[in-house]
Every structure is written in structure tokens, then in C-alpha cells.
Ligand binder design. Structure first.
Ligand SMILES: C[S@@+](CC[C@H](N)C(=O)[O-])C[C@H]1O[C@@H](n2cnc3c(N)ncnc32)[C@H](O)[C@@H]1O
Length: 188
């Protein structure tokens, strides 16, 4: 993490504490765990809530091309930084809950979804709306990866059942502030 990224993150957290929901960007160990099953073979990848782009950078390191990335970020400051940092990626400054309404993928499914959104601070209905729209964009064999600082998956069990999804823990890293677990969500 650069000092500039750290300061921008803290500033954004002061402005929008519930949606930014962390005072530091994720570390490299968590980025590595989040992206470990993604490669150039995954095709296009959708990232929700990229912040300063720690996971985006890890995806590119794993071979995903910038032009295969769609980054959906609500904060205009983060979105501007992302577009400067990843000029060939598609950066959309929008609420992930509008994914369905805006029909972003035009019927072509994405291979994987990386989610940096803070589901624990969102109303359950919004989490369900985002997940439903995300799975509508995702290839039938694709996976949705998310992280949480808690000990359970941050998507409530009722929402998983309602959407016919299942979550499995990929791993946990203590080399992050705070320590975090990564979950993979797939269709049942
Ligand atoms: C916990 S931070 C994670 C940032 C980054 N992925 C990381 O791990 O360092 C959550 C990010 O999601 C963005 N965000 C929160 N709610 C959002 C929404 N409804 N739609 C799009 N982005 C959102 C925030 O602006 C912030 O960048």
C-alpha cells in the first residue's frame, strides 16, 4: 500500500464510513487469496467495490487483461483513481445494486466476480439484489469471491438459500489488517 492510497482510503472512510467500511485497503496476502483461482482462462472479470485497486492489480498479475476487466465503484474519487491507474479497464462509477437495471454485459457472461463490497454493513435486501444481478451476469460455471473480517460468510444463509447458492471458505489470512477470510459462492 502506498501512503497516498492509505490517505485517500482514510479520507473516503471519513466521508462514507458505512460503504467504505475499512480504514485501510486490503493487503497483498488477501489479494492473492481472493484471486488465486482466476487466470487469463477466466475470460472477463467483474470487480465490485475495487477501492484503490489492490485486487485489480492482483488480477492483472495473474494474467487477466485490463480490457477484460469491468470495475464497479461507487466513490467518484476511487473511480477516478482506478481509471487513471488501469486506463484500459472499463471503470463504471455506479452503485452495484443498479447492475441489473443498467444491463452492462449485454448477454455475454463474465467468467468470475471479485467482490470487495462490505455486505455486513448493507441491508439484507440490497445484498440479495446485488448477488442476484451479479449471478445473472456470471457464466453458469463461474464463481463469485468475497472476503469478510468475520468468522462466517457475510451473505446471510437465508439469502443463499433464496438464490439457490452455496458458499465455501477458500481460506483465511492473518497477514491483513484485520485478518480476513475469503469465500467462494457458486450456484447449487
Ligand atoms: C471494504 S472497501 C474494499 C476496497 C478494496 N476492494 C480493498 O479490498 O481494498 C469497499 C469498497 O466498495 C465500494 N462500495 C461500497 N458500496 C458500494 C456499492 N453499493 N456499489 C459500488 N461500490 C461500493 C467502496 O467505495 C469501497 O471502495
Amino acid at each position: 500500500m502506498t501512503i497516498t492510497d492509505g490517505l485517500l482510503f482514510i479520507r473516503e472512510w471519513f466521508r462514507h464510513p458505512r460503504s467504505v467500511a475499512a480504514i485501510f485497503p486490503s493487503g497483498r496476502a488477501l489479494a492473492s487469496l481472493m484471486t488465486k483461482d482466476i487466470s487469463v482462462r477466466s475470460g472477463s472479470v467483474l470487480e465490485l467495490g475495487p477501492g484503490t485497486g489492490v485486487f485489480t492489480q492482483a488480477l492483472i498479475k495473474r494474467g487477466v487483461r485490463q480490457q477484460d476487466l469491468t470495475l464497479i465503484e461507487h466513490s467518484s474519487r476511487f473511480a477516478h483513481l482506478l481509471q487513471t491507474r488501469f486506463p484500459n479497464a472499463r471503470v463504471l462509477r455506479m452503485d452495484a445494486a443498479d447492475l441489473d437495471r443498467d444491463k452492462i454485459f449485454d448477454g455475454v457472461p463474465v467468467g468470475a466476480i471479485i467482490c470487495g463490497l462490505a455486505f455486513l454493513t448493507m441491508p439484507q435486501e440490497k445484498v440479495a439484489t446485488i448477488l442476484k444481478a451479479a449471478f445473472d451476469c456470471l457464466h453458469p460455471d463461474g464463481s463469485f469471491f468475497l472476503f469478510t473480517y468475520g468468522y462466517r460468510c457475510s451473505v446471510p444463509n437465508g439469502t443463499l438459500v433464496q438464490l439457490d447458492l452455496q458458499a465455501n471458505r477458500v481460506g483465511r489470512t492473518f497477514q491483513n489488517i484485520p485478518p480476513a477470510s475469503v469465500y467462494r459462492i457458486r450456484r447449487r
